[in-house]
Design a protein around this ligand. Structure first.
Ligand SMILES: Cc1ncc(COP(=O)(O)O)c(C=O)c1O
Length: 447
């Protein structure tokens, strides 16, 4: 069973007035379960006060799990990084990270690049050799919807976008009828299938991944994983099996199993585990060699990459073990919101919560405005809330408390005042965010 995080004192105190809420959440978050003070992750002595203030802000930022900050520990590790040229393959720390991730995922080789978009598109470009060819994707897939049309741009491929029959993830049965096989000159044969795990924080069941892998092998089709958040999947498996997340052997066993059906996978380092930059592409040796060629052609070679790869290595060692806590916090947030009457729109398998407060009569804009008006503001973008490893339990409790406060105001007949509060937001900016939010919600959930 997922352990519950302890509620902070803030959590049990009623939210008496919006302007008297959380003033000391960071200090609270520094206390362990035994009440001992632990060393803060970002200190004024090492990082400067502006970064301490920023750290406090991001500990209450639910927009994305990219909203993390390098800790003092990470920056101190980075300062000692090797400083060779990684394009010339003369940077030991970059080679070490690549070797570590290749081994951990049970693949022959690994390539570090600056972003998940780049590692996905390098993989797709390397898989698709000569048009005409096509790629099968979930219609919500990041590689198709959110990477600037790069499949067409760089790989001359067309995509077949499928809607999962179960509303959550594709199945082999969904895919089978859409495979384009043979040599009919009117068609673009399926050469690649791309899956995404997690998608909207939802874990792709491994038995279905295995079936899709078998289908690919039977038809000589490559299978690529957009594993931007595969660390979250691994952390969940490690937790469910009662394994120690600090053990490299355990991580290796779990990620090797998760990635076994895939020819190649892209693993973002700047999302769940909170590195400041980077993504890893893993696959066969020859494949990675050729992908490196394309990385050069795309202008993605990095000279002195050591400080980046050491940061990512630090994140893997020190932040991966925290992911189970971010999942528990997401669960707590979802339970709290559901308890107040909000709808939870997607399964909360890992670190994302999609919610809707319409049933409470509280418009999203009013929620956003109220969160931003707190003395220690909470940042949200739309109805997708993402818990990252530096979000504090107090921030989650404050979030729930704000929704409770708004609900109670509406119940007390002050609905008009609540609705009017949204107008405090800059109208034009909100319109943009709303339409972006709608688009992303559709991308994520298919409605
Ligand atoms: C599922 C998924 N894949 C790939 C990416 C691309 O990662 P990056 O922003 O590093 O290009 C993202 C980014 O949000 C993502 O959510």
């Amino acid at each position: 069973m997922t352990p519950r995080l302890p509620l902070t004192r803030q959590a049990t105190r009623p939210l008496s007035h919006r302007y008297t809420t959380t003033t000391n959440t960071l200090a609270q978050s520094r206390r362990t379960m035994t009440g001992l003070l632990v060393k803060p992750e970002v200190t004024a002595e090492i990082s400067g006060q502006a970064n301490v203030d920023k750290f406090q802000a991001i500990s209450r930022d639910f927009r994305s799990d990219t909203m993390t900050m390098p800790s003092d520990g990470m920056m101190l590790a980075a300062i000692k990084a090797s400083r060779g040229d990684s394009v010339y393959e003369e940077d030991p720390d970059t080679a070490a990270l690549e070797a570590r991730i290749a081994k951990m995922t049970g693949k022959e080789d690994c390539l570090f690049a600056v972003s998940g978009t780049l590692t996905n598109q390098l993989a797709i470009r390397t898989h698709l050799k000569q048009p005409p060819h096509s790629v099968i994707v979930d219609w919500r897939a990041h590689v198709h919807k959110m990477e600037a049309g790069a499949i067409a741009m760089f790989s001359q491929g067309t995509t077949h976008q499928l809607v999962p029959s179960n509303g959550l993830h594709l199945t082999a049965n969904d895919i089978k009828p859409h495979l384009v096989l043979g040599d009919n000159i009117h068609t673009a044969p399926t050469k690649l299938i791309c899956l995404e795990n997690t998608l909207s924080g939802i874990v792709f069941p491994q038995d279905e991944v295995v079936k899709i892998g078998e289908l690919c092998r039977e038809n000589d089709i490559a299978l690529h994983l957009d594993g931007a958040r595969i660390w979250n999947v691994g952390a969940k498996v490690v937790e469910e099996r009662g394994l120690d997340p600090n053990s490299e052997a355990n991580r290796t066993a779990v990620f090797t199993e998760l990635l076994q059906p895939f020819d190649t996978a892209s693993l973002c380092l700047s999302k769940g585990i909170g590195a400041p930059i980077g993504s890893a592409l893993v696959g066969p040796k020859d494949f990675i060699k050729r992908a490196k060629w394309f990385r050069k052609a795309f202008g993605g070679g990095i000279r002195q990459a050591g400080f980046m790869t050491v940061s990512a290595d630090y994140a893997l060692t020190h932040h991966f073990p925290r992911l189970a806590s971010t999942h528990a916090l997401a669960r707590r947030l979802a339970d709290g919101l559901q308890g107040l009457g909000c709808e939870i729109l997607a399964p909360v398998d890992t670190n994302m919560v999609f919610f809707n407060a319409d049933r409470l009569g509280v418009p999203f804009e009013a929620i956003k405005a109220r969160m931003e008006a707190l003395p220690n503001p909470i940042s949200i973008m739309f109805e997708r809330l993402v818990i990252h490893h530096q979000i504090t339990p107090a921030a989650v409790e404050d979030f729930i408390a704000v929704i409770r406060e708004l609900r109670d105001e509406v119940r007390a007949g002050r609905g008009d005042e609540v609705a009017a509060e949204a107008e405090k937001l800059d109208g034009e900016q909100l319109e943009v965010e709303k339409s972006e939010g709608k688009l992303r919600k559709q991308a994520a959930l298919g409605y």
